[in-house]
Design a protein. Structure first.
Length: 83
């Protein structure tokens, strides 16, 4: 597993996490979830093609969570509450 695809996925995940951590607003957070979703698809593909099922399964679940984040931050009228 240490190919170009994995490096792209890793850098994408770091960038998405930074977008969320910097709290640049609702739209930026939504786009971070879009990036996380793309990265999850890359990791799923990588896991399935390199016999790393745990990576593929974990990112399948993360893809669902990230898709929910995309919905909440970019498409839903509901505003997430903060504690």
């Amino acid at each position: 597993m240490e190919g170009t695809l994995e490096w792209i996925a890793s850098i994408g995940a770091i960038f998405a996490a930074a977008l969320i951590a910097f709290d640049l607003g609702r739209r930026a957070t939504g786009y971070a979830f879009v990036l996380f979703s793309i990265v999850s698809v890359l990791w799923i593909y990588s896991g399935l093609t390199s016999d790393a099922a745990p990576i593929a399964v974990m990112n399948g679940v993360l893809l669902l969570i990230n898709a929910w984040g995309v919905w909440r931050y970019l498409f839903s009228e509901e505003r997430p509450t903060s504690s």
